[in-house]
Design a protein around this ligand. Structure first.
Ligand code: FAD
Length: 225
């Protein structure tokens, strides 16, 4: 799609009936060991990582991979060819936003872009949706669409560091009413993002703030929520 981003569509009869309701649901993809075929008896012992179902229909599932260079997920996605196989577990359901928030604040780096796209796609006409995205390279900026009253701000990061994203969020507009915020990026974003939302009176039931990866840590899990 762009220099650091590759869209891969999986096909398989086992995907029939796959349903993902929550915009930030995730699946676990189990990758074959480098140079080895995928074991046919299951994913036991394989490296796995979490990804967002970007789109699913009949027996197709689309996932957008960030090619950041290291790790089994990024390496597999960079080298994947038609016919390559993986095991997939999930989706793990997340919160499905109830009712219709009065406004939306969606922010993150390229790993959060699939979830942000899905949130933005469900915002009704006229409802404010402020999107803040960060990427190291301008060439990785992508289009977001929404029926809502959409404003998209791209912020430049260095090595995925989310500090510029947080600084931009501090300047984000405040809207009237009860809104919903989703913020996911490198894990050092979590604490300042939560503080920013708390300062605006946005409670835990009106937001999701999550570390999607952690600098210098392989297979990171965010246990802070
Ligand atoms: C709920 C959820 C949904 C996610 N959805 C997606 C998605 O749709 N698409 C997607 O690409 N990712 C997504 N991620 C993030 C993805 O799981 C992590 O980036 C994961 O670390 C990738 O595994 P890896 O094998 O490539 O790297 P790892 O083996 O985990 O890490 C190897 C090295 O790479 C670094 N690293 C990991 N990710 C990045 C990055 N993005 N940029 C720079 N350095 C990095 C690590 O710090 C480590 O030093 C999601 C994460 C969560 C929790």
């Amino acid at each position: 799609m762009t220099p650091s981003y590759r869209r891969i569509t999986f096909e398989g009869s086992e995907l029939t009936g796959f349903a993902s309701e929550g915009a930030d649901d995730h699946i676990r993809i189990f990758f074959p060991a480098p140079g080895q075929p995928l074991p046919s008896d299951g994913p036991q012992g394989l490296e796995s990582r979490e990804y967002t179902p970007a789109a699913a229909a009949s027996n197709l599932l689309t996932v957008d991979f960030v090619l950041h260079g290291e790790g089994p997920g990024s390496k597999w996605a960079a080298g994947a060819k038609p016919g390559d196989e993986v095991w997939i577990g999930g989706p793990r359901g997340t919160m499905v936003v109830d009712g219709e928030p009065h406004w939306w604040l969606l922010a993150g780096d390229l790993t959060a872009l699939p979830a942000i796209r899905r949130f933005a796609a469900r915002v009704p006409q006229g409802v404010p949706v402020d999107v803040y995205l960060t990427s190291d390279d301008k060439a990785d900026e992508q289009e977001i669409t929404s029926l809502g009253d959409l404003s998209v701000t791209w912020v430049r990061s260095v090595d995925g560091n989310p500090s510029a994203l947080i600084a931009a969020l501090e300047e984000s507009p405040r809207h009237e009413g009860d809104g919903f915020a989703f913020i996911a990026a490198e894990s050092s974003a979590v604490r300042p993002a939560r503080a920013l939302l708390a300062e605006r009176g946005i409670g835990a039931d009106h937001c999701v703030v999550k570390g999607y990866w952690k600098r210098s840590v392989s297979d990171f899990h965010d246990h802070t929520h």
